[in-house]
Every structure is written in C-alpha cells, then in structure tokens.
Ligand binder design. Structure first.
Ligand code: SIN
Length: 329
C-alpha cells in the first residue's frame, strides 16, 4: 500500500517535472526562405525574429533559415504542410496552385507600380485570399512586397520581338509561362537557387526579377542586358501552417499576429528603397547595360502580353481583374 502510494507520488512528480520542464522550453518557430538576408523578405524575416525573440523571450524563439539553406522554393510549401517549418513567405506565383485567384497578381502590366499593388492588397478580394487556403492547411497572415520585375537577357530587349526564341527562367506559374509565350519566348520553371547556374550553363538566356533579387543572386554578372520593364510584380504572402497556428493559445497567437502586422508595415515601407539601392548597385557594377523603354516600346510589350488577360479571366473572373486595374491612378 505504502509502496503503491510512493510509486504514485514518484510518477506524479516525474510528470509534473516533465510538464514544467516542457512549459519552460520556448516554442521554436522555424522560418525558411530562399533569398539573401539583405532583401525585403530577408530583412523582414530577421525583424520578425528580433521582435519575437525580444517581446516573447522565454516563450517563443524564431529560427530563420535564409537563401534555401533548409528548403528551396520547390520544396518549402510541402515542408510547411508537414509542419517541418512554421513560417514562409513564398511568392504569390508559387501559391497560386492553392488558390487560382492569386494568378491575378502574375498578370503583366496590371499594376503601374508598387503603391498600386499595396492598394489592391488592402482591398477585400486580396484580404479574402489570405484566408482562402485554410482547407489546404495554409493561413495567410499578410502580404509582403519585393518589387516590380525587370527583364534580364543575353541580348538587348527593347521590343517584344527581341525576346523571340529565348528561354526565360520563370517560377512555377502558368501565367508567367503564357506571358513569355505571348512574345514568342519560352518560360522554363527553375527553382530560384538554381537559376544562376541555369543562366551560366546556357539552359536559359533570360530571367525576370526585381532589382534586389537580380543583385543579390548576381544575375547582373551573367546577363549583359537588363531592360527596366517594371512589367509585373513580385509579391509574397507571409504564411503559416494552419494546424500549428490554430493550436496556439489565443493570446500568444494575437501577440504573434501583432508582431507580424508590424513587420509587414516595415517590409512594405522599405521595399522600394531597397530595390532602388540595388538598381544603383547594378548600374555602378557596370557589368550589364541598362535599357529603358520609351512609351511606344512599353506600349508594344503591353499590347503583346495583355491578350493573356482573357485566359486568366476564366479562372479569376473579370471582376477581379477590373478590381486590380482600378487601383492604378
Ligand atoms: C523569392 O524572392 O522568393 C524568389 C523569387 C523567384 O523565385 O524568382
């Protein structure tokens, strides 16, 4: 009797010890991404880490894995769904397989600039997209912007015909494939980390990137021409695993969401300046010639690529495209 009671006491105290030890262990949140640290997304990840580690010290610790050091862009969403990482910020192109409406963001010449993109992201259709992938196990916390995309190539691209016959590296996106097909070129899906090598070995002859990605992955050292086309946007969704997120105590989830909101503001406030700085860096390096388009040339690219809208309209609806177009002022 005494022995049983003693054993019970021992078990209870062992359980208590392990529970209190578990309670003392901070929750680890892994944030994986595919770009370098001094880019809009890289800086956002570090700021999120800093604020969480300061404000929720002892309760939560964020670990950041940059530049595909844990998973590349072809692997990271599956890793999130397996809860091997809890935070990502994939491009909207890579997320459009989970909600076809996100394809609207890939349409070329839809947004005049980053400010228009942000206005659209604040509107209801974009806000609804954040919560639209819960059934797939993904919760969208907010949008992070990188910048407008530029075309780089091994020949000068002034008119749409100049792109004919070239293979351009694209993300996993039928819209981006259609965009290059519209000018007689080919879109080839290559993970971001492998793109530099694909240009180097001649598998692809062109790419599209915001200045920050062009510069941080040194595309300008390989591609002799960059056309300042601003033809599309590269935006991210800051996402988490739905099961992980919904299992968090309400108060902790609210604190994390508040930090995510603050970081989102900071990322979007500095994205343009980072891209402007990287543009200057590329110009100063002098390894690629910068081509600016006059109005007639820009109109020609727009005219060649916009027939794509009719195809995409079948999936996202005419109203969605109209809602995006009206944010331009
Ligand atoms: C990223 O910025 O996340 C990668 C972009 C790309 O795949 O081009």
């Amino acid at each position: 009797m005494f022995k049983t009671a003693a054993l019970g006491l021992c078990l209870a105290s062992a359980l208590f010890a392990s529970v209190s030890q578990a309670a003392e262990e901070p929750l680890i949140i892994k944030f994986s991404h595919v770009v370098t640290e001094d880019t809009p997304k890289g800086r956002g990840a570090l700021l999120f880490q800093k604020l969480v580690n300061q404000q929720l010290a002892g309760r939560v610790r964020v670990e950041v894995y940059p530049d595909s050091s844990l998973f590349n862009d072809a692997e990271e969403i599956d890793a999130l769904l397996r809860n091997e990482v809890q935070l990502l910020a994939p491009t909207l192109s890579n997320l459009s397989q989970y909600n076809a409406e996100l394809k609207v963001f890939d349409l070329p010449f839809l947004f005049d600039d980053l400010a228009a993109v942000e206005r659209f992201q604040r509107r209801r259709p974009s806000q609804q997209m954040l919560s639209s992938m819960v059934n797939h196990g993904i919760v969208g916390l907010s949008y992070w912007n990188n910048g407008m995309k530029q075309l780089s190539a091994n020949r000068p691209l002034r008119n749409p015909q100049d792109a004919k016959g070239l293979a351009f590296r694209i993300q996993q996106s039928p819209v981006l494939e259609g965009q290059f097909a519209a000018v007689g070129a080919k879109g080839v899906n290559v993970p971001f980390t492998q793109s530099y090598q694909a240009v180097k070995n001649g598998q692809i002859q062109g790419a599209e990137n915001p200045w920050s990605n062009l510069s941080s992955h040194r595309f300008h050292t390989l591609q002799p021409y960059i056309t300042e086309s601003n033809h599309g946007v590269m935006s991210y969704m800051f996402i988490t695993n739905a099961t992980f997120w919904n299992a968090l105590p309400f108060e902790l989830r609210s604190e994390l969401q508040a930090i995510a909101d603050k970081v989102t503001q900071a990322v979007n406030a500095e994205a343009q300046a980072i891209n402007a700085r990287e543009r200057e860096r590329i110009v100063a390096a002098g390894t690629s010639r910068l081509i600016t388009l006059n109005q007639a040339q820009r109109d020609a690219w727009r005219e060649a690529m916009t027939p794509l809208y009719q195809q995409v309209e079948k999936e996202v609806g005419a109203e969605m495209i109209r809602a995006a177009l009206i944010v331009n002022r």
